[in-house]
Design a protein around this ligand. Structure first.
Ligand SMILES: O=C(O)c1cc(C(=O)O)c2c(n1)C(=O)C(=O)c1cc(C(=O)O)[nH]c1-2
Length: 260
């Protein structure tokens, strides 16, 4: 058996979190070391190494994450005491749910699963998702409800690192998969402008609201928690659809939920 190890980048010695700049530098180090762009499953996805059934499995499972993001943001909103912050946060819900006559991110994700040949009702039902997908995503929603509002905002900071992976994904998937075209990838092209705005706001919020070294440490831990939420979803996809151990009841390409 070979171990496919991903060597982590060297970390600089831990610095005291004595300023907003030190906090931001530490957050960026955490992203460089732990963000899911480093995961082998993403390397396979973006380099064209997956077959259609494996891409279907990824899109089906990621739909559950997408569908829960507005619920997560509604919980965050309910925790924010400051009206200005709520005003800024609430567009996140519309970005995903859409509004009258305007499609949202969930519609755009369903355009992707349609193009992959998955049945919409099956996707929306979440009946075929991996147990680990459900546990990880539900843990994220639970986290923002139980922890401090600062932790809740901080846990969204993975989005600082999302535009780079979305660019890699758009380019890689368009180049390598004949079942993908720019129309199908519009979920990601839209996120290229939405994510920097959201991440910029969340970063400014933690920079000014984490005022002690302990609070800054808590912000870092919230980001680490979230990188784990993302990472374990890909571990589970890899185990099921690359190694081949599909859990009982989970999606089986060619048998469930659409055309192979
Ligand atoms: O494709 C990705 O790699 C990726 C990652 C993340 C992220 O870093 O959490 C998000 C998204 N996409 C995304 O599309 C999205 O809407 C989103 C919302 C959030 C959040 O935590 O509020 N993360 C992400």
């Amino acid at each position: 058996m070979t171990l496919d190890l991903v060597p982590p980048p060297a970390l600089s010695p831990a610095r005291a979190l004595d300023s907003a700049d030190a906090l931001e530098a530490r957050l960026r180090e955490i992203g460089a070391a732990r963000y899911h762009d480093r995961h082998p499953f993403h390397h396979l996805l973006h380099s064209g190494a997956l077959n259609r059934g494996q891409v279907q499995a990824w899109a089906l499972n990621r739909f559950y994450y997408q569908s829960m993001i507005p619920l997560k943001d509604a919980v965050v909103l309910s925790r924010l005491q400051d009206r200005e912050t709520r005003r800024e946060w609430r567009h996140r819900i519309e970005d995903h749910d859409g509004s009258a006559g305007e499609e949202g991110g969930i519609d755009r994700w369903l355009a992707l699963t349609d193009a992959l040949g998955l049945d919409r009702d099956y996707v929306v039902s979440a009946a075929g998702i991996l147990p680990a997908t459900r546990f990880a995503v539900d843990a994220y929603v639970d986290f923002v409800g139980r922890r401090s509002p600062l932790d809740a905002v901080a846990s969204s900071l993975t989005e600082l690192f999302a535009p780079a992976i979305h660019e890699q994904r758009i380019a890689g998937m368009l180049r390598h998969y004949d079942f993908v075209n720019p129309e199908v990838m519009r979920y990601f092209s839209t996120r290229l402008t939405q994510a920097p705005r959201d991440a910029g706001f969340a970063l400014a919020y933690v920079r000014s609201n984490a005022r002690t070294p302990e609070q800054r440490e808590a912000v870092c831990q919230a980001l680490i928690f979230k990188t784990n939420v993302l990472w374990v979803q890909l571990d589970a996809l890899h185990h099921a659809y690359v190694t081949g151990h599909v859990p009982p009841g989970a999606f089986r390409p060619g048998q469930d939920g659409g055309t192979a």
